[in-house]
Design a protein around this ligand. Structure first.
Ligand code: ZN
Length: 412
């Protein structure tokens, strides 16, 4: 059963009485990969608890971590995933066509990373501006010719850009909305930055798929919200915006692409009401689906730890693939360290040679899978399973097998 959390107020509506759904204990920062020399210092750890607000039903993390600590050296470069690059290109082409974007328009992307999405607008001759708080990543975008401000997005920045006459026809935000702790400030910023007839297009992991597929490993300190339309409707309304269309996307274990506009400016597509009705049918304004999710997480923990213990007892070797944030949550919550796993393979050269948060597993290039041939490899980046299984065809042909942990434990 879930317990009320007395000292917490909902980050959206301000209501008290949030219910604790899942306590993941004290976790290291999921993107804070370490070097050998970092081991001499204590590693920062913070509580990680998922709660739901019983007034607006927003699923959220209860505990705060200072943003500087989170973003000072952010190692996720979007351009490293083929799937993400293709997704970005087709989205950009579609928006240029559908909204007839040209030299007279402005596209602004929040958390523009290394410019993997905006470069497609630059190529199409559409003026654009990136906003990216991580200086080392913004520099990569600027070097590619994509104008980028090194700042956190919020109401203050939106007001300043609007005063400079830099309001946007299209505001894009991929995998940033759920990561911005002050969600009222973020949405107020969208309202101020948007031209009268403009559109906001946000992509974020969908709370319903998070619950249904037991994607508890997407819980980490940076990922503050697990949005449903039920919870977003009052948040947008509070700031004079309205949801006008919604699409489901397969990426990141199931995401939403949400279109919003100034309230009263556009007639909403039927997709919005349909999705809200579906969420009502799933009982998202009751505690039951949240508590059922937590029970499934506990069962998954028992199953996976039992499987790995059995493989070890049989003398099998086991490694992991994907030094991702979700991998950190899963390994730390399940307590899977060097006694269970020999190493983590990862394609990113920025991660190789470092140690995983909390459990300090060494991160090595993917070629090590074929060289060292662990009998089993736990696929922590299961959201890219298709791509990774293809890349690792030689390892699998040599007898290597992958363990998929989510939504249920499966060996392929
Ligand atoms: Zn609330």
């Amino acid at each position: 059963m879930s317990h009320p959390l007395p000292d917490f107020r909902c980050r959206s509506c301000g209501a008290a009485g949030a219910r604790l759904i899942l306590d993941l204990g004290t976790q290291p920062l999921a993107n804070n990969l370490l070097r050998e020399e970092d081991l001499a210092r204590p590693e920062p750890r913070f509580p990680l608890r998922l709660v739901v607000c019983p007034a607006c039903w927003l699923l959220q993390i209860a505990d705060d971590v200072p943003p500087v600590q989170l973003f000072s050296e952010y190692l996720y470069f979007s351009s490293f995933s083929d799937t993400m690059l293709r997704h970005a290109q087709s989205a950009a082409e579609r928006y240029c066509r559908e909204f007839q974007l040209g030299p007279q328009n402005l596209v602004i992307e929040i958390a523009s990373n290394d410019g993997y999405l905006l470069k497609n607008f630059v190529a199409a001759g559409v003026p654009c501006l990136g906003i990216e708080p991580a200086a080392n990543i913004a520099r990569v975008a600027v070097e590619k010719g994509i104008p980028t401000l090194v700042e956190f997005f919020g109401l203050a920045l939106a007001r300043r850009l609007a005063q400079e006459g830099r309001q946007a026809d299209v505001i894009l935000g991929n995998n940033v909305f759920a990561h911005a702790p002050d969600t009222n400030d973020f949405v107020a910023g969208l309202k101020h930055l948007l031209k009268p007839g403009g559109r906001v297009i946000l992509e974020f992991p969908y709370g319903v798929e998070f619950l249904q597929n037991t994607e508890f490993d997407t819980i980490y300190h940076e990922h503050v919200y697990y949005f449903t339309l039920t919870a977003l409707q009052p948040l947008f309304a509070r700031h004079g915006l309205k949801m006008v269309d919604v699409e489901r996307l397969p990426i990141h274990g199931g995401s939403l692409r949400l279109f919003a506009a100034h309230a009263g400016s556009l007639r909403p597509a039927p997709s919005v009401a349909a999705r809200l009705e579906e969420e009502a049918r799933l009982g998202l304004t009751t505690l039951a689906p949240y508590e059922a999710f937590a029970a499934r997480v506990r069962r998954l923990k028992e199953e996976l730890t039992a499987l790995l213990a059995r493989l070890k007892a049989e003398g099998r070797t086991v490694a992991a693939y994907g030094a991702s944030a979700k991998g950190s949550t899963l390994l730390n919550y399940f307590g899977l360290g060097r006694e269970h796993l020999d190493f983590i393979a990862d394609r990113s050269t920025y991660k190789q040679g470092r140690l995983s948060p909390g459990l300090h597993l060494p991160i090595v290039p993917p070629e090590e899978l074929l060289r060292r041939r662990p009998d089993y490899t736990l696929l922590l980046t299961w959201n890219f399973a298709e791509e990774i299984l293809q890349q690792q065809a030689a390892y699998r042909a040599a007898g290597g097998r992958f363990i998929l942990p989510i939504p249920e434990v499966r060996i392929v």
